[in-house]
Design a protein around this ligand. Sequence first.
Ligand code: ZN
Length: 300
Amino acid sequence: MMLRSCLALGTCIALVHSSPAWSQAGPYDKALLTAVRSVARAVPGDLPTAVRYVSIQDDSAPGSNAVEGAPHANIFDVDPVFQVRYPHGWIMVDAGYDQDAAASIFGHYHPDAYERVLRALDGARLIVVTHEHGDHVGSLLQPTVARRVAYKTILTKQQVEFLQHDDHTSGVFGPDAARSFLVADYQRLLPVAPGVVLIRAPGHTPGSQIVYVQLASGREIMLIGDIVWRMIGLELRHQKPDSVSRMLREDRTSIGQEMAWLADIVAPGGVVVVASHDGSAIHALVRAGTLREGLDLTSP
Ligand SMILES: [Zn+2]
């Protein structure tokens, strides 16, 4: 999860959403959540019925690596790929990575799950990514996969720039690769489908974003990627250890603002916050019926 390198890949979707209220009150405030909810219905159509996931690699790592001041005891990590399921069709959030990429990471890789992810990517109407690290976009950087799905995959301008310049990915993600993807440049919010809104949240990486989902049931979910690795970090308002942040070149000021918004406004507002790698929290959400385990590849 943590120190995995990145990989990646444009036509253009651009939508700038701004409101005088935000510029006066700061970027992450109640008005932002209100705006997210408002534009969630900007794209007409039936709302999604479920958020599902599959983990392609399970892992455990010291909690103290993930959250400043947390106990050293090992904690359960997952590497999930999410599916926003509609009655007919679906959107994928993140795309996983193949077994070769997994070889450098401890943990138990699930090749069968990855095969289903590839089928889900092929069948998806749209693909978005929380951020441009390899454990979230790796498969999309493989030419065989990109040839099939790049035309329906939205990467943000910041994600593309990162992938084109990062030492780990620049070799496989040049300008030609980038042009084959949908590239979005937006300031705060981008509604991409009924009930689904992208929220810019740079900090963990320059291209990090939150994926907000409003289900037909009324339930609201935010997939926050790696803003925090463990939900306890959000509860304690503790970021990743400083040394880890520095290695990742995180912007801790921005992450702090995002964490405050999630903890003080979003979660109390009834929105379920999902940190990608927190296996224990994700399993609890499955038990509560908030998330569903396994991808549903029927009725594409
Ligand atoms: Zn990650």
